[in-house]
Design a protein around this ligand. Structure first.
Ligand code: 3IO
Length: 313
């Protein structure tokens, strides 16, 4: 049989979690196909950039691409509902909730690709140059986020600045932003701890990711290769969630020990204020997306049920 070579594009640098999961997927596919398939990985936006990922894969510039759906909130309305403040406790649960949701709705925005897997980050926390201890401290602070996480920052009164994670190191360096709102493993993987000496634990919303393949390329693969990839999909989702959760814990330890980062826990009374300001977000999302013809209330109910089911395991 002829060797099959696939290109796989990713937007952030090689040491970060989207690329770690990419290397793991490559290894598993090469192993499980007995060397019939070779995957050539392109981290760091060397083949496709964060915002070009979906269209680049559809156009065939890469066979496979890893994208953060938060960077195009309107395009991926259904799957981005996992970034509403509904209480996803960790990346493992979040990843499975996202995968369930995708499989139930199979949204039309994915019709031109084959979805190979999905996964989520751990819930977001604030990483900042200055200490943020109260809701008042957040007001007017220039913080970077995207998608659902950006809506959370706006509700808290931050000056929310939107950009992909891959543009954040330069923005922090230049002082365009004073910090960011995302999962905390980036403190170590991007060395943000060298500049952000404070983490405020809010454990709020996740960022959802998808790995997609060019449709014609998928259709050209032999059935046994397709089966290997389909069998790997849910497993890869859980693997990545677990990797993310473990890596966040490691990054927090490293930040405290090696970088003298202070990790701020909000008091119950303070946290109640932060949570209260998020209360209108989900109702507003349901109203806006019902108007666009989505079964928005059902989507939210499905996410809540799925969180409860996976968190109980
Ligand atoms: C992320 C994106 C690229 C590399 C590491 C990362 N950790 C968390 C995210 C989530 C995200 O896409 C973002 O923009 O915060």
């Amino acid at each position: 049989a002829k060797a099959i070579k696939l290109t796989y594009a990713n937007f952030p640098p090689a040491p970060t979690f989207p690329c770690v999961q990419m290397e793991r997927w490559k290894q598993e596919v090469e192993k499980r196909t007995g060397g019939k398939v070779t995957v050539e990985t392109y981290p760091g936006g060397t083949l496709l950039d964060a915002k070009d990922m979906m269209d680049g894969v559809i156009a065939g510039q890469a066979d496979i691409g890893c994208l953060c759906m938060s960077y195009q909130p309107g395009r991926f309305a259904v799957t981005n509902a996992t970034s509403l403040p509904l209480g996803i406790p960790n990346a493992k649960v979040g990843s499975q909730v996202l995968w369930d949701l995708y499989n139930k709705y199979k949204p039309g925005e994915f019709k031109d690709v084959k979805v190979l897997t999905m996964f989520a980050t751990a819930p977001s926390n604030i990483m900042s140059r200055k200490a943020i201890r109260t809701l008042d401290n957040v007001k007017g602070c220039d913080l970077r986020a995207s998608g659902g996480a950006a809506e959370i920052l706006k509700a808290w009164g931050a000056n929310q600045v939107g950009m992909p994670m891959s543009d954040t190191p330069e923005a922090l360096q230049k002082g365009t932003v004073q910090g960011l709102f995302s999962s905390v493993e980036v403190m170590k993987d991007f060395k943000f701890a060298e500049q952000c000496k404070f983490v405020t634990l809010t454990d709020t919303v996740i960022y959802p990711f998808a790995v997609v393949m060019n449709k014609a390329k998928w259709d050209s693969l032999p059935a046994d290769v397709q089966k290997v990839m389909e069998d790997l999909a849910a497993e890869q989702c859980v693997w990545t969630g677990e990797y993310m959760d473990n890596h966040c814990a490691e990054a927090i330890d490293w930040s405290k020990k090696e970088q003298q980062v202070e990790v701020i826990t909000l008091s119950a009374a303070e946290k109640a204020k932060w949570d209260e300001s998020l209360a209108p977000i989900t109702a507003a999302w349901i109203a806006a997306n019902t108007a666009k013809g989505l079964p928005a209330a059902q989507i939210v109910a499905d996410i809540k049920a799925s969180i409860a089911a996976h968190a109980a395991k």
